[in-house]
Design a binder for this molecule. Structure first.
Ligand SMILES: [Zn+2]
Ligand SMILES: [Zn+2]
Length: 297
């Protein structure tokens, strides 16, 4: 399997414009928001847009597309109104992904808002069972993202993610996205060689490597175990370049689609993608010079 390294790509002007935009950056996979990620309201997707998107993905040979679900969705909100809105929003995203031919839907598991992690885990699992029942034939894989552990968020440890998957009736419909900045902030020391080995041994023991569906490739502006979500340019944060060289060369991780979410901006993404492909060939060279941009997502 060829490596698939890409980035988050803007859908401004319509989702169907994103594959060409990604290809121009050298991306061979891409992540998108299929609608405004900060709003509950969105324009319905037309059949023409969905068809144009599928055509563009094929034309620009985008290896894998992943949708990142809305930041507003909380599948374990203790507030019944917010929970219902979240379920409806999440189901609408499953439908959009199905129509767009997007195989992976990435989402943050949820935040229990003081009810406790065990309650959150159980609520997320039962909510996801309801979603799966509503879409018995959907080919979209539901991908739980590892979180940094800010506030009451659920999914900061591999064990919490395992417990969610233990509660779903169809675990084969789920995957895990490891965000390198988030796991580092959550206390997994991927920056050192020994810590890298320990992290993947634990991932395999607790979750199994087969469930690994994607990577968010980000360095971290905060030190190990800070429980804060702050993405840095590749190699320029507390994780450092060696971990990213391991990521694209280790047989346990290199075949998994990788999506940059750094503050690099488009020109910077092109440089980070090129650097990661060179690193995969054993010739990373110097880190690219990138003027940091404000992340629009
Ligand atoms: Zn995310
Ligand atoms: Zn992420």
């Amino acid at each position: 399997m060829d490596l698939r390294i890409g980035c988050h790509v803007s859908t401004s002007g319509g989702v169907q414009k994103s594959p060409q935009r990604g290809a121009e950056l050298g991306a061979r996979c891409m992540q998108v928001f299929t609608r405004n990620q900060m709003s509950w309201n969105h324009k319905p997707l037309t059949d023409g847009e969905a068809a144009a998107f599928r055509t563009a993905v094929a034309k620009h040979r985008m290896g894998t597309v992943m949708s990142h679900d809305s930041y507003l969705v909380n599948l374990c909100s203790p507030d019944p109104d917010k929970h219902e809105k979240s379920v409806e929003g999440f189901c609408a995203e499953v439908e959009r992904c199905t129509r767009l031919g997007i195989p992976l839907l990435n989402f943050h598991p949820g935040a229990h808002m003081g009810k406790g992690a065990a309650w959150g885990i159980q609520t997320i699992a039962s909510t996801l069972n309801g979603v799966c029942e509503r879409f018995p034939d959907s080919p979209v894989k539901l991908v739980l993202e590892t979180v940094a552990g800010q506030g009451s968020t659920v999914g900061r440890t591999f064990a919490e993610l395992r417990d969610i998957l233990a509660g779903v009736h169809q675990p084969e419909r789920f995957g895990i996205c490891v965000d390198t900045a988030h796991v580092f902030a959550a206390g997994y020391d991927i920056a050192t060689e020994a810590g890298w080995q320990k992290t993947w041994e634990e991932f395999d023991r607790v979750l199994g490597l087969g469930v690994l569906a994607a990577f968010h490739v980000n360095d971290s502006k905060v030190p190990l175990g800070s429980n804060v979500d702050r993405h840095a340019l590749i190699g320029r944060g507390h994780i450092g370049p060696a971990a990213f060289i391991r990521l694209v060369t280790d047989p346990r991780t290199r075949h998994v689609p990788m999506f940059l979410e750094t503050p690099a901006g488009n020109a910077g993404y092109a440089k980070e993608i090129a650097w990661l492909y060179a690193a995969a060939q054993g010739e990373p060279g110097d880190l690219p010079e990138i003027a940091e941009q404000k992340r629009g997502y």
